[in-house]
Design a protein. Structure first.
Lengths: 195, 233
């Protein structure tokens, strides 16, 4: 017997005290937060930040972003996600309602290449009020230009839209940052995948 | 070989559903690009039962300050399975909801209804070996929202699940049988297929109702299916 899927519904505007309680200051534990890799994790420590823009190019202040990524050796975590670990956790979750510029901010390590090859990337899910179904995307890294040409998924994206998936690397006094803005609509609409 | 069967888009809403006004500027407008579901899409976070604290699954207790929360106590039972009916064990289920008066704890919620000092309205649990989950809570109230004149959200509970892989991620809402607001709600109606919408409505169950304590509701959740691996046949 085949059962129909339960339809997706919007995360709505009031997810914070359930899903991102620590970040927003509610009295509830977290299963994930903006730290994907703690200080003890092996690899190049980086910060990924960005804003989510709506069709009027206004930053969204009630989106929730999740990231799932491989560690610096290209391995996805098999152990349970431990939000108290100072090592590699693999999962990140951040709402855009606490930063003054409505940014998401993830502290992590740059992932290695996973076993099926290509370029390093992290998986992204975008949720927000006004989305009845979440959207999947990927973040690639600007300094991996040489590997982008052999990444089957990136090469499947029309050339004029590939740049929407590439985060720009900058070196700041506090460390390496990648900037990845998400545009829901418009000329720079981010590529979303039917994962 | 992909791990998961394709998402059944016929069961889901489009990104732009104009009656739900905020979709118009927030939903992607270009078609999703196909992706080969490889190693990455078959992976996903797993969670330890130890990450769940004793009262996380009991919303009638986990926000208590000086008494019990106001409202109609209920117990929600459900089974998480995939579209082939296979139970999904050890799945994290996160929930959040308004209180009995239709007010969220969230600071942005300015609805003129009282907060309940003894009710936070969020929790989590994990499915057991057979995919069953259960939580106690208070029946959430309806509340007005700004989508259109006299717009009211039907009573609902938000649920978030990862499933066995990143690709099976699901965020949804559970509604209640017989709610007259359902046929007026653009979020519920955003799912065009009526049979699919019905899967968002819980069932009242006298068998799950606990004598003298809480009304029982059942809400089963169906995630995407998995292709059989050669080992499983």
């Amino acid at each position: 017997m085949r059962y129909g899927e339960t339809p997706s519904q919007t995360v709505g505007p009031y997810f914070a005290y359930g899903l991102t309680a620590g970040q927003y200051g509610y009295d509830f534990t977290d299963i994930a937060n903006g730290v994907i890799a703690g200080p003890a994790a092996k690899g190049e420590h980086i910060r990924i930040t960005g804003q989510v823009f709506d069709g009027n190019n206004v930053p969204v202040n009630d989106a929730m972003i999740e990231i799932w990524q491989a560690d610096a050796n290209g391995h996805y975590a098999k152990d349970p996600v431990d939000v108290t670990s100072d090592g590699f956790r693999g999962l990140g979750r951040y709402g855009t309602g606490t930063d003054p510029q409505n940014r998401f901010v993830f502290d992590t390590v740059k992932p290695g290449v996973v076993a099926d090859g290509g370029a390093p990337f992290v998986n992204v899910i975008v949720f927000m009020r006004g989305m009845l179904v979440h959207a999947f995307s990927r973040i690639y890294f600007s300094d991996d230009h040489a590997l982008h040409g052999v990444d089957a998924v990136l090469q499947s994206v029309p050339a004029d839209r590939r740049k929407t998936l590439i985060a720009e690397r900058t070196e700041t006094p506090t460390g390496i940052e990648y900037r990845f803005d998400i545009h829901m609509q418009g000329d720079r609409e981010t590529v979303f995948f039917d994962v | 070989m992909p791990t998961f069967k394709p998402r059944d888009w016929g069961s889901h809403a489009p990104y732009i559903a104009p009656d739900y006004k905020s979709t118009v500027l927030r939903g992607p407008t270009r078609p999703l690009l196909p992706i080969t579901s490889g190693l990455t899409e078959g992976t996903g976070p797993v969670f330890a039962r130890a990450a769940i604290r004793n009262l996380d699954w009991d919303l009638t207790q986990n926000g208590r300050v000086n008494g019990d929360p106001i409202g109609e106590r209920m117990v929600v039972h459900g089974r998480v399975m995939d579209c082939d009916g296979r139970p999904q064990p050890h799945i994290l289920v996160e929930i959040w909801q308004a209180n009995a008066a239709g007010r969220y704890v969230h600071k942005v919620d300015q609805h003129n209804a009282p907060l309940d000092p003894n009710f936070r309205g969020s929790g989590r649990c994990m499915t057991d070996e057979n995919g069953h989950y259960r939580f106690y809570t208070i029946k959430p109230g309806a509340y007005p929202w700004g989508n259109h004149f006299n717009a009211w959200r039907p009573n609902h509970i938000h649920l978030s699940l990862f499933g066995p892989g990143f690709a099976t991620r699901l965020v949804t809402q559970m509604y209640f049988p017989g709610d007259p607001l359902l046929e007026l709600d653009p979020i519920f109606l955003g799912t065009p297929d009526a049979a699919a919408r019905d899967r968002l409505i819980s069932r009242f169950s006298i068998d799950k109702t606990e004598e003298g304590f809480a009304l029982g509701y059942e809400f089963d959740i169906v995630l995407r299916g998995r292709f059989a691996t050669p080992m499983e046949d």
